[in-house]
Design a protein around this ligand. Structure first.
Ligand SMILES: [Zn+2]
Length: 431
């Protein structure tokens, strides 16, 4: 009887077209029915005869495209996304990290990102944010959390607190993360952007990586691995990990040498890769926005532009081998903010994906890889009503996804900037 909680409102959602996230064809003139936070039916054409659901409101999005809520599979909610130096920012206390995480989560949800996987946070900070949102204290996307990334002593990401060495201690660390509520184990398989680490060298030994994967699988957890050089990719494949982050082929902090042999191993193993194309693009844009960049900034800019060009070429080659990509931004890191996913999807189309394929990589495909496909990710009856609407047809330029007019999370209207408040539909027998 209570209608105050909009999560229990029934909705009849009408739009010009639906990209349903399955990778299938676009549906014209969709009518999506939502009851108790779940999609109950997807019709086409006129509103169904009579009222299919009691106490329904009409969300008329004529002139708009409807999509599932999007997934960003690689974020760092603790980090500020403002170009701060990682090592300096990491001196902030846990309270600041929780507040930053709440801010980032809200920024993501505002642009229709209804699922985030955090692949590197400190202590309990992002677990605590998820708990607070579950208790109704603030809103956040669905959060898949890995806690601190496991890294060698002095390895990439070590200021987040996950330095562990040796197979026995790594097995214990996996068990501790499981106890803390981790959904995924994140492992740093090579150097990265943290000072003093080597991007062209593996970090853990193959035996250490194998111990991590074995222990995670024993606990029915999955492992995803930061790898930015070919040798670390080979180690991760041999260890039996479930996901690759970045998947670069760096030989130094600027140049890549693509290895067809390693890419073929990856394809044969069927391990998906999280693209993080936008993080370099954002560095280039941040320098281009300056009036007078200094020489160091110009060098950085050109370095990242070159890496992005190589990465886009490799992306196309790896897709041609059948490697599956899901969308991630590395938001929080460097200059990449938590609303950057539309740019990532656009970059995927620059790398050869169609608009529908890039949306699939961020919805149905991401849900399959991350393990929540039976809960959300596509506009299919039975799943949570995570819905987004944008004006016109975003497939021509996915950057338009940055300005949704409507965001719904499990039937709760988070954002609605289009026209009047949704009208109540007459109930059966109301005349
Ligand atoms: Zn990252």
């Amino acid at each position: 009887m209570a209608h105050a909680d909009s999560g229990s409102t029934s909705w009849v959602v009408r739009a010009d077209r639906l990209v349903d996230g399955t990778g299938g064809p676009v549906l014209e003139d969709p009518v999506v029915l939502v009851e108790d936070g779940r999609i109950t039916a997807v019709h086409q054409g006129a509103l169904p005869e009579g009222l299919p659901v009691p106490r329904a409101r009409l969300l008329d999005l004529t002139g708009h495209t409807l999509l599932p809520g999007l997934t960003d599979a690689h974020v760092h909610l603790n980090l500020p996304a403002d170009g701060s130096e990682f090592e300096t920012w990491s001196r902030e206390p846990d309270g600041v990290f929780v507040a930053a995480a709440a801010h980032g989560a809200r920024t993501a949800l505002d642009v229709g990102i209804t699922t985030l996987r955090d692949v590197g946070s400190r202590g309990s900070t992002v677990f605590d944010l998820r708990r607070a949102a579950d208790l109704g204290r603030g809103v956040a996307p669905r959060l898949l959390v890995s806690g601190h990334p496991l890294t060698i002593t002095g390895g990439h990401g070590h200021p987040l607190g996950g330095e562990v060495d040796g197979e026995q201690d790594l097995r214990r660390a996996v068990r501790e993360l499981n106890k803390a509520g981790a959904d995924w184990i994140k492992v740093i398989g090579s150097g990265g952007g943290t000072k003093g680490t080597l991007v062209h060298r593996p970090a853990f030994t193959r035996a250490e990586l194998t111990a991590i994967a074995e222990e995670a699988h024993r606990l029915e957890l999955k492992v995803t691995t930061h790898t930015v050089c070919a040798e670390s990719l080979e180690d991760a494949i041999a260890a039996g990990v479930d996901g690759i982050e970045h998947g670069l082929f760096l030989v130094d902090f600027e140049h890549q040498e693509y290895s067809p042999q390693v890419a073929e191993q990856l394809a044969a193993a069927g391990i998906p890769v999280t693209s993080t194309l936008v993080v370099g693009y954002d560095v280039v844009r941040s320098v281009d926005a300056l009036d007078k960049p200094d020489q160091e900034q110009r060098i950085q800019r050109d370095r990242w532009e070159r890496m992005l060009g190589d990465t886009l070429e490799q992306f196309a080659k790896m897709r041609a081998l059948g490697i599956a990509f899901i969308s991630g931004t590395d938001a929080g890191w460097r200059f990449t903010d938590f609303d950057s996913l539309p740019d990532e999807l656009w970059l995927m189309t620059e790398g050869g994906m169609s608009g529908v394929e890039a949306i699939h990589a961020s919805t149905g495909q991401a849900a399959e890889v991350l393990g929540f496909a039976d809960e959300a990710g596509t506009v299919v009856p039975g799943l949570a009503a995570d819905l987004v609407a944008v004006a016109g047809d975003p497939l021509a330029d996915l950057r338009r996804l940055r300005e949704p007019v409507m965001v719904m999370q499990a039937g709760r209207l988070h954002r609605h900037d289009h026209g009047a408040a949704p009208a109540w539909l007459p109930e059966d027998g109301d005349g």
